[in-house]
Design a protein around this ligand. Structure first.
Ligand code: NZQ
Ligand code: ZN
Length: 385
């Protein structure tokens, strides 16, 4: 294993029906002025807003609302939130939503304490914010595991770049399985596939020999596949949902990444696809993964072959490493179809976009088994059409 130091700052409150009590007991630790952040209105439709608001009121908080955070949150929306936070002297941010709301608030929390533009600070000067407004996350859509880390994926529309910015860790994350039961099934599946993708992107990093992190990762991947199948069969299966919610957090709480340099090349490509098309994150990954993986052969064959056997249950007897690597990619493709996820960009309605610009602007990652050129990324995108 590579050397590492492990310490984790996020307190996790996990359960079914625990949100009200968990939020109330955490809120007492913070000041009066709370920014309540949420997305496009699902929380109001399903009753989560009323429940959270009742806790805030009972806790004597003075609430400012920051609403309308869109999927693939924009830098402009971050600035709107930061201005609101400054103007209302916000002491604490409560983010109620999925990865988009949770990510947006990480950067709001930092930008509100900065006198300079955070994009310029991080990308222009290579700096990092040091001061933050404390935050809590109430997860209503699982999958990204965004509540567990301090990276936020923000779309800078002006620069045509959907890129990570580094903000604060949440002080606490409330994972109430009940809150996720109203998610549309399509989002359940694309969110769970995002979790599987995070696991694979971590697993495929270096070093390429198995370590303890990889073996734990294999268990998480098997669990996600099993519980996606259970959820497809029975959408209201609360046990399957609870496992998926925790698996999403496990994939991003650092445990699987210990001693590894992660890959995440597929994510970087998907993020740029998102910058140009505003597509659904998990669906974009589903289209890209098998095609990208075929291009990563033979460099990643050893890890692909291990995935075939340990995660997809393929019998290795009589098979070469290359045959097993192919069998893994075939199994992954078949599963994507079985889950009803899209397999082409055309299916996602985004065939007509500037693929060349997407390829060129994609960040290349250090942990990827293959160093991909602009031309190869373009070929991958073209094969996805
Ligand atoms: O906006 P509302 O009306 O709330 O509707 C949302 C949204 O349309 C809806 N929803 C959420 N909770 C619901 C619900 N509908 C019914 N019942 C509920 N309980 O679900 C839709 C999707 O929400 P969103 O937050 O956009 O999805 P997701 O959680 O997949 O987050 C995607 C964002 O996270 C980033 C992605 O790039 C994308 O921008 N990621 C963040 C990561 C991180 N910080 O670690 C890692 C990921 O790789 C990912 O890149
Ligand atoms: Zn992801």
């Amino acid at each position: 294993m590579n050397n590492f130091t492990y310490q984790y700052p996020v307190k996790v409150c996990f359960g079914d029906g625990i949100a009200k009590t968990a939020i109330a007991s955490e809120l007492v630790k913070y000041g009066r002025n709370v920014l309540l952040a949420y997305g496009g209105g699902s929380v109001k439709r399903v009753g989560i807003y009323d429940e959270v608001m009742s806790v805030l009121k009972a806790s004597g908080k003075n609430v400012t609302e920051f609403s309308g955070i869109m999927s693939n949150p924009t830098y402009e929306k971050v600035q709107e939130g930061a201005a609101l936070a400054k103007e209302n002297e916000i002491d604490f941010i409560l983010a109620v939503g999925g990865g988009s709301v949770i990510d947006c608030c990480k950067i709001v929390s930092a930008q509100a304490k900065l006198s300079e533009d955070i994009w310029d600070l991080e990308y222009g000067k290579g700096g990092q914010p040091k001061e933050f407004i404390p935050m809590g996350a109430v997860v209503t859509a699982f999958g990204t595991g965004a509540e567990m880390n301090n990276g936020a994926v923000i779309t800078n529309e002006e620069k045509k770049q959907k890129s990570p910015l580094w903000g604060a860790f949440y002080d606490f994350a409330v994972l109430d399985v009940g809150y996720t039961m109203t998610m549309p099934m399509k989002q359940v599946i694309s969110g769970a596939f995002d979790t599987l993708s995070h696991c694979m992107e971590t697993y495929l990093g270096s070093p390429r020999e198995t370590n303890l992190s990889d073996e734990i990762n294999e268990a998480v991947m098997r669990n996600v596949i099993k519980n996606m199948r259970a959820s497809l069969q029975k959408p209201d299966d609360r046990l399957a949902r609870s496992e998926l919610v925790w698996a999403a957090a496990m994939a991003e709480n650092g445990i699987l990444k210990l001693g590894k340099v992660t890959d995440f090349q597929c994510h970087m490509l998907e993020h740029q696809l998102g910058a140009y098309t505003d597509c659904n994150h998990g669906q974009g990954l589903a289209v890209l993964h098998p095609v990208l993986y075929r291009h990563m052969m033979p460099d990643a064959n050893k890890q692909f072959a291990r995935l075939a056997v340990e995660v997809w249950g393929i019998d290795p007897s009589g098979k070469t490493e290359e045959e097993l690597a192919n069998a893994f990619i075939n199994a992954l493709s078949a599963f994507i179809k079985e889950a009803g996820l899209p397999t082409t960009l055309t299916e996602m309605g985004i065939a007509d976009t500037d693929l060349e610009a997407i390829a060129k602007s994609t960040i290349r990652t250090g942990g990827c088994a293959k160093k991909l050129t602009d031309d190869e990324l373009l070929s991958i995108l073209k094969e996805c059409i």
